[in-house]
Design a protein around this ligand. Structure first.
Ligand code: T3D
Length: 265
């Protein structure tokens, strides 16, 4: 009897943190359609699950994600445009639109669309040995899955162009310097350190963070006037929520606020 195939995405929830692990380690977690569609579905499920407060995306084995599985493209019955609209673009839109913080935990090499995925997180944590390569030009393709949007906003047009044109590898220390990651963590305790970081994030006020993500996403493409208007609108929603009352009460009582409560049904 053939053993059942292991799932391309592993899912585990601990202390309000849902960890989704890309699970094709023999190919450095290169993405086939099953992986991309399942990752998007798992993210949507995490968004709908009130027990989940933070989502972590990471990779099994020594890679984070080597981008499109190049063994999986010949004979495909979709154009490139159709394929991106069917797989990668919904994935990136889902991450950016998720109402919960998404941590991309870059455990190893992130290349091509895997680099875009690494950059799409709200928080990017890198293992010391991780690296990122805008590898697309090696196979004469255009950076996709959001790389042309994320990278110049982080490093400026010129460094983005150079990284994309030459496909040079960015290592963790430079990634920190360039603003591609929030923290570089030791390899040997990476998973535990990511979980600890995620749990700290999970203890923060989830409703306020959801609105903060919404405001920051909108501000990336808005005018100052539009940002001020949206802040005023969202602040009302935050101020009317129990989290705000709890924060102020805790401050006055000189205690730590307790932002984790079961949501009313
Ligand atoms: O819709 C569309 O199709 C367009 C979308 C495009 C999005 C994209 O992501 S395009 C870019 C595709 N990705 C690449 O071109 C990256 C190819 N891989 C590499 O350049 C290198 O593997 C790395 C720099 C990422 C890592 O190098 P290294 O030396 O650490 O590992 P390796 O030995 O090259 O790879 C290990 C194994 O993974 C190897 O398999 P083997 O020989 O042990 O059986 C290798 O073939 C496999 N692998 C790595 N990347 C891919 C892959 N297999 C399939 N597809 C890959 N992308």
């Amino acid at each position: 009897m053939t053993p059942p195939e292991s799932p391309v995405i592993l899912s585990r929830t601990r202390a309000g943190v849902r960890t989704l692990t890309l699970n094709r380690p023999d190919k450095l977690n290169a993405a086939n359609d099953a992986l991309l569609l399942m990752l998007t579905a798992e993210l949507q499920a995490a968004d709908a699950d009130t027990g989940v407060r933070v989502v972590v995306i990471t990779g099994a084995g020594r890679g984070f994600c080597a981008g499109q599985d190049l063994g999986d493209v010949s004979g495909r019955d979709m154009t490139f445009t159709e394929h991106l609209n069917h797989t990668y673009n919904p994935l990136i839109r889902t991450i950016r639109g998720l109402s919960k913080p998404v941590i991309t935990a870059i455990n190893g090499v992130a290349a091509g669309a895997g680099a875009s995925l690494a950059l799409a997180g709200d928080i990017r944590l890198w293992a010391q040995s991780a690296s990122l390569i805008e590898v697309f030009s090696n196979i004469a393709l255009v950076p996709d899955s959001g790389s042309t949007w994320f990278l110049p906003r982080l490093v400026g047009y010129h460094r983005a162009f150079a990284l994309m044109a030459l496909a040079d590898r960015v290592r963790a220390d430079d990634a920190l310097k360039y603003g591609l990651c929030e923290e570089v963590l030791a390899d040997d305790s990476f998973a535990d350190a990511v979980q600890a970081y995620a749990e700290r994030l999970a203890s923060r006020p989830a409703h306020a963070l959801k609105l903060t993500k919404q405001a920051l996403n909108a501000a990336l493409t808005s005018t100052l006037d539009q940002a001020l208007d949206l802040e005023a609108e969202l602040q009302q929603l935050a101020g009317d929520h129990w989290e705000h009352e709890e924060g102020v009460t805790a401050f006055k009582a000189k205690r730590v606020p307790e932002f984790v409560r079961p949501e009313p049904a």
